[in-house]
Design a binder for this molecule. Structure first.
Ligand code: M6R
Length: 614
């Protein structure tokens, strides 16, 4: 949601912090700011808009040298995205500077109290309240770590706070509750970041923090406590990707790079998950086989693209395991009093592992004694940490705000989970499972073939760059693909785009069809069931009403050809696995169309990569 960086060491903090912010800018780009400790004081600059505005301001009016600093990129929650509301925020006397990610829920009450006691607050943010409280506590204790503990005890809600004290030049103190924060462990220097991208250029050794912890970094030391000041431990880990993964590598957008990384990402997601003969080995699933055999219901939760991965998973998991499976938006889940027992498996899908809606949903599920399994891409993030088990997707860092390789690898993880459950519960024979695994192993090559033909999709995108509305139709596992195709276009091109189940068309949405309206149609493979024929009927119906039919169909599908204005050919794959290949042209389409419209594909308006507020 917001990006946070902290540094103490012997380098110029301004350079380290700005570099870190550049790598975290995908988390929020409404404003950016920096605070440095210099000669007993805080010096700070902050600007509305993208990081480039801050950099320009610093160039025109340079900051003094400093080796201790903090920085922030904002996704606005409280108060407009202007200079005043930008972080860092200072306390009453300007002795402390604070950056914040999250929402302080009791800020209105705290603000009232502060104002009653003579504190004049300058911004509309909840963060400034924390800065004032921290400074009051600092005046009393004289110690920033103690002050942070005191301040945190007064705060309700979700927050990562990072602070510096102008009178304490070699210390940065941070705290976290339900918002992400990791420590980067260097030699004679230490770092803080919302995620490891903030410091990956300097170190790949990291410390994961628990909830309600305060961390103090100096050049040579890292100390962790709880909010009451008791000593606590972080969990050390090595980051298994390097700087090149966080760079564009010659592509114009991170998103395009990430689309083209998908053959490798899918292969990595499959790596080591079976014995070569198709016997699945999901060592990370720390739920015993007996417990898995006892499951009588699966509930899959996630938001946005992760939710669509869950919709695909439902088709596969129910088919392979015969376990009833529900898919639910994480933010709706706990408010409808869902029926959960200790025989329910809740599968939480999240690329970032930090989505607040999903996190709150899993906490609720665990309180109801359900088992929670996370499907996650981000090592050390909160959702896997608070789950009973995790399947990591191994996609590598996803920086483009629109999820691409995150989605494909979530699908792989869901398929693996479904097959593993079928194996453990004996609902599929070993050779049946091995046959699906064999098909999964072909996916990297299939995806590569689609990417090799990207130009034909780009051409279509350029032709349609003026479209005001685009529809997407699918059936069965192709329905979530339609939803995902529409979401990509909405996020990136800001045009009306909707996904429908093709069978639903005649119940209302067909009224939207008008002359020339582009409609993507995801055609199921030509199997023995009737899905394929039904989809062709839907295509005929919309074409008769003037739609421009953009058909995604498997190679050799001659039946659909007469009704397609444009055909995008997909490799021949089993029906349940088709979402992996069918999604890729829609990603390419949205990326290229938005590029042609002159939009910032990596940082679409109003969005942030991970939504760490509810
Ligand atoms: O990090 P998560 O997978 O939990 O994120 C969930 C959604 O916020 C995310 O998929 C969002 O919809 C993307 N911008 C889609 O491209």
């Amino acid at each position: 949601m917001c990006g946070i960086v902290g540094y103490v060491g012997d380098k110029q903090a301004e350079i380290v912090v700005i570099e870190g912010l550049r790598r975290l800018e995908y988390r929020g780009y409404d404003s950016a700011g920096i605070a440095l400790v210099n000669d007993g004081d805080i010096v700070s600059d902050k600007r509305a808009g993208k990081l480039a505005n801050l950099e320009k301001a610093i160039k025109e009016s340079p900051l003094p040298p400093s080796t201790t600093g903090i920085g922030h990129t904002r996704w606005a929650t409280h108060g407009a995205p202007n200079d005043v509301n930008a972080h860092p925020h200072l306390g009453r006397t300007g002795r402390v500077a604070v950056v914040h990610n999250g929402i302080i829920e009791n800020f209105a009450k705290l603000r009232e109290e502060l104002e009653r006691t003579g504190h004049g607050l300058r911004s509309e943010t909840d963060t400034e309240v924390a800065a004032h409280l921290l400074e009051v506590a600092l005046d009393e204790s004289g110690n920033l770590t103690t002050a942070m503990q005191v301040a945190c005890r007064q705060l309700e809600g979700t927050f990562t706070l990072v602070a510096v004290d102008g009178q304490d030049p070699d210390r940065v103190v941070a705290a976290r509750r339900n918002s992400p924060l990791v420590v980067g462990l260097g030699e004679g220097e230490n770092f803080l970041g919302s995620d490891v991208a903030a410091f990956i250029e300097h170190t790949r050794e990291a410390l994961e923090l628990g909830q309600d912890q305060v961390v103090t970094i100096t050049r040579d030391d890292v100390q962790v406590t709880d909010f009451d000041g008791n000593r606590a431990e972080g969990k050390h880990y090595h980051v298994d990707w390097d700087l090149s993964a966080a760079e564009k590598d010659g592509y114009d957008w991170f998103m395009r790079k990430e689309i083209f990384e998908q053959p490798r990402a899918v292969a990595d997601a499959l790596l080591g998950r079976h014995d070569g003969a198709g016997l699945l080995q999901l060592d990370e699933v720390r739920i015993t086989e007996d417990e898995l055999r006892d499951i009588d219901k699966i509930v899959i939760i996630g938001c946005g693209t992760a939710n669509y991965a869950g919709l695909v998973a439902k088709y596969a998991i129910e088919h392979w395991t015969r376990i009833p499976c529900e898919v639910e938006l994480a933010h709706e889940f706990r408010y409808r009093d869902p029926i959960l027992t200790r025989h329910t498996l809740v599968v939480a899908i999240s690329q970032s592992g930090e989505t607040a809606d999903t996190l709150m949903a899993i906490r609720y599920a665990r309180r109801q004694r359900a088992k929670v399994l996370a499907i996650c891409n981000t090592n050390g993030s909160t959702i896997p940490r608070e789950s009973d088990a995790v399947i990591y997707t191994h996609a590598g860092p996803e920086i483009g705000v629109a999820s691409t390789k995150g989605f494909l690898t979530q699908l792989i993880a869901c398929y693996l989970l479904g097959l593993y459950l079928a194996q453990v519960r004996g609902t599929k024979y070993g050779d049946e499972i091995a046959a699906v695994v064999h098909e999964l192993e072909k996916m990297p090559a299939h995806v590569q073939r689609i990417l090799d033909d990207a130009e034909s999709v780009y051409k279509l995108a350029r032709q349609l760059a003026g479209a005001r509305s685009v529809l997407f139709l699918g059936r069965h596992a192709g329905f979530p693909v339609a939803l995902e195709g529409a979401l990509k276009l909405k996020e990136l091109a800001y045009i009306h785009a909707e996904g429908f189940a093709a069978g639903e068309l005649k119940h209302g949405p067909i009224a939207l069809i008008e002359e020339g309206l582009p409609v993507f149609c995801v055609v199921p493979p030509q199997g023995r069931d009737q899905l394929h024929a039904k989809m062709i009927s839907a295509i005929q119906e919309i074409r008769a009403r003037g739609a421009q039919t953009l058909v995604l169909a498997e190679e050799g599908d001659d039946e659909v050809a007469p009704y397609a204005d444009v055909t995008i050919t997909l490799p021949v794959v089993p029906t349940l696995l088709q979402p992996i290949v069918a999604t890729v042209p829609l990603q390419l389409f949205a990326c290229e169309l938005a590029t042609n419209m002159g939009h910032d594909v990596d940082q679409p308006r109003n969005l942030a990569k991970s939504v760490t507020v509810e």
